[in-house]
Design a binder for this molecule. Sequence first.
Ligand code: GLA
Length: 732
Amino acid sequence: MAPQAAPHPEPGPMPSLQCWRLDTPGQTLAFASWDGRLPGVVYWGAPLPSTEDLEALARSQVRPLAPGTLDQVAELSLCPEEGRAFPGQPGLRLRDGRGRPLATQFELDAVEAEDGTIRFLARDRHRSLRYRACFEAAPGEEVLRARAVVEGAGDLILDWLAAPVLPLPQDAADFIDYVGRWSREFGEERVGFARGVHLRESRRGRPGHDHFPALVVPRPGATATQGTAYGVHFGWSGGHRMIVEELPDGRRQLQFGLSCSRDDRDRNEDGGFESGVIHFAHAEGGLSGLAQAFQSHVRRHLVRLPDAPAPRPVHFNCWEAVYFDHDLEVLKDLANRAADLGAERFVLDDGWFGKRDDATSSLGDWRADPRSYPQGLGPLIDHVEGLGLGFGLWVEPEMVSLESDLARAHPDWVLAPEGYAQIPGRGQQALDLAKPAVIEHLFEALDALLSSHRIGYLKWDHNRDITLAFDAEGRDLAYRRTRALYALIDRLRARHPQVEIESCASGGARLDYGMLQRCDRVWLSDSNDARERWRMQMAAMTFLPPEVVGSHVGPRRCHSSGRVLPMAFRAAVALTGHMGLELDLRELSDVEADELRRAIDFYKDNRAFLHAAREYRLEPVGEETSARMSVDDAGDCFLLFAATLAVPRAEASVPLRLAGLDPARRYRVRLCNPEVLQSAATRHFPSPLLTGSGLSLSGAALMQSGLVLPLAFPDTLWILEGRAVGERRGAG
Ligand code: GLA
């Protein structure tokens, strides 16, 4: 029989303790290191008083030793170590050149803390390894960034390095995971915490449609507008791995890192291996609080628009109008119609180059197809500019069709390990970006395109998963591919700073913050179905501000869902993002054209406001009403978008409670689009919302008792405007 644990173990000496903190206006992060070991996060939450005794805080978290366990509780440090007997997933898995695992016991060497930054430097003397974790907070911002680096002499094989590991709250019942597929990205799935590991991994060389690399953890009672929520995003554009783990003792950890393994050729400039960057925040104000924190972070620190704060121009994209069937006269006609409706940029999508009659050929041959463009792109660009529109172009630089001049000239540039069959994706293959000659060629080809034409925008696509990304010796190329891509875009942007880039990957398979640091817009989904888009855009709002989310008015019968949706709804949904049109404009009836024109005018009048405002996601009312709201910083005015998505359950609508207003001020609220009122849904609605003077109520009443809206058929989007009495909202 196993000996019983002593009921009162001898108390050992009190371990020594060092603590640090990093504060943003709305949160505190506290770290503790015991006996000089690697520190861990001991507190992440609402701001602590500046006088807080951090040592007492850390000691308050000391865990009792349970019978049948080791004599010391292994710490959930920034990099939980196998060598310290951590019982869960370790933050580092490293092997030496002969493949032998290196279990570490890091000791803290130094801590460098400056304004808004804290760096922990640790060393494993026995293994001659160094570990570094760095946390940064930009002044005034809530979102923090953190990354880890591991370094060591000799040959090393890195199988896993987590970005600094964060503890997750133990009282949360569940978390929000992101799930999806092509044309249905950004599904929010509530997953209950359970003992063990919840693993999401992309081994596709890009984040993928099925997992936007992020996690949201609402604490008990958190809603769309209230309570505490935690959000973490991993900004890496290759494959990633996310581990949510609950340990046997109830502690929970979150790890994010790269899914590939690495060797010595993947070290960065100073000889280390990096983890990739997590962007994370704690917020009060529920999901809306998180949205405001992350949107501000993207606005101020990631996206660098060439002409900020230039208004986001209304796009016309020809893809769903003509697909591969490019005819100069038809395109000019579409441009005329787009200009007449109010579009400001014409985007020539796939089909303009090589002999691209369908998806099976020509990727890599970035020269205009002489059959459709006998004098090159010049005449179309001249025409488009003559109408007052800018010109944008679709490219897919990382890919190649086997049926192309490029593949014929450089068969060795196609990513295909010798002896392996590489399954085509959309009929195409990927280029081996790890080869410097390939990157040099791509730079020259794109530079030539941008230098010889007036192109203000590139839609940069990536339409297949990356598989079998290893070289002849079996070494993983995934890390180098993504680094090479980043360097290529950075170099192009430096050469052509006026060119905007949109990141697209068959829709939203690659729209992480790594891309957003070098792009200006993301194509959220290939679905232009307004109902699907509304749902996806509501979910994406937690991490993306509306001005970077490309959002197009699609055809009457949606090409990806077959749904037929009214123009008023399609157009209103599109204007809640970076608005565009992507349909054959020749199909428009006069009534539809008028509705569309009105929506474009509304977008132009309000985009400066919408693209700078604080966004709120309102608490949904049943399955039928879902709403978002934008409020300016001063709380002077707002725009509210409320979608009816299902047949209302009751005979009258449930009041919709607003958010983010000044409770003490009075707001004049009116319905901006009363023309969408359907008499068959609402027989009569004698509400001041429909009058010119509107309804005047305090912010408190609007937030507490809410607004009753007319009953509507599904696929109706109400737009309401509110202004604090006596204040004016600036127009765009
Ligand atoms: C991808 C994009 C689409 C379109 C096509 C062109 O699927 O997501 O928007 O550009 O490629 O082939």
